[in-house]
Write a protein that binds this ligand. Structure first.
Ligand code: FES
Length: 103
């Protein structure tokens, strides 16, 4: 895994999420859940839909607005069908106010 600098922690307020485009064309979703940071793949596992563009984050739950599947962003676990595959998750560290993701 490679460590990528995402944004500063100050740029992502609690309840917010942002997309992080990686140099190898993957995209991750970075979330602030009550002051803790989490990262998952950005694409819904049911379809090729960006969760940061089309999802709704409520607490630690991201709901895909296309077919209303949902995931726990802290674990990647599927919570609601039609999704049946968990989201991949990635460790996030905050170092001197900057978010780093191992992906
Ligand atoms: S594409 Fe996300 S629930 Fe169907």
């Amino acid at each position: 895994m490679t460590k990528f600098a995402a944004f500063t922690a100050a740029e992502l307020a609690p309840g917010e999420m942002r997309k992080l485009e990686l140099p190898d064309d993957r995209a991750l979703a970075i979330y602030n859940v009550d002051g803790k940071f989490y990262a998952t793949d950005d694409l819904c596992t049911h379809g090729e839909v960006s969760l940061t563009d089309e999802g709704i984050l409520t607490g630690k739950i991201i709901e895909c607005s296309w077919h209303f599947g949902s995931f726990d962003v802290t674990t990647g676990e599927v919570l609601t069908t039609p999704c049946n595959r968990d989201l991949r998750i990635y460790p996030v560290q905050v170092i001197e106010g900057v978010l780093y993701v191992d992906a």
